[in-house]
Design a protein around this ligand. Structure first.
Ligand code: DAT
Ligand code: MG
Length: 149
């Protein structure tokens, strides 16, 4: 089982899409093992997006992600990193396929609704930024024998 870091961004929260997005994660068969709503600080946002510090959009990205509450999750499942990236869709919602979260609900790259870690290494780094071990619950879901062979 793999763990990935997922965050419903301020636009997803403000547009009333928390339930829709969580519902998609549940219906896919993935397991949420940690979850919280919070408003992230400027410092945490800068750590989270450190790889983009030199990009022209960095300061607007940090302003956006700290502007309103987010919902953060650790999502677990086989190939969870790739599966969540596929469900999220391309970075620019204009190019994201219909059927993905960004493709179905977004229009603008600066308002693309969801973050999901792009690799196992990123997932580990991001989980360590946003969660502690005490935040994680270990359990099995009743449907898992019907999700995995
Ligand atoms: P992703 O979120 O798909 O991993 P990323 O890591 O390249 O994409 O960029 C992080 C976020 O920064 C992205 O979700 C939205 C924003 N962003 C990326 N490219 C951008 C651009 N060209 N203009 C404005 N915002 C951009
Ligand atoms: Mg990224």
């Amino acid at each position: 089982m793999e763990q990935t870091f997922v965050m419903i961004k301020p636009d997803g929260v403000q547009r009333g899409l928390i339930g829709e997005i969580i519902s998609r994660i549940e219906r896919k068969g993935l397991r949420i093992v940690a979850m919280r709503m919070c408003q992230i600080t400027d410092e945490t946002a800068r750590r989270h997006y450190a790889e983009h510090v030199e990009k022209p959009f960095f300061s607007s990205l940090v302003d956006f992600i700290t502007s309103s509450p987010v919902v953060q999750m650790i999502v677990e499942g086989e190939n969870a990193v790739v599966v969540m990236r596929t469900m999220s869709g391309a970075t620019d919602p204009k190019e994201a396929l219909i059927g993905t979260i960004r493709g179905d609900f977004g229009l603008d790259v600066g308002r693309n609704l969801i973050h999901s870690a792009d690799s196992l290494e990123s997932a580990k780094r991001e989980i360590a930024i946003h969660f502690t071990e005490e935040d994680v619950v270990e359990y099995t879901k009743a449907d898992e024998t019907w999700v995995y062979e």
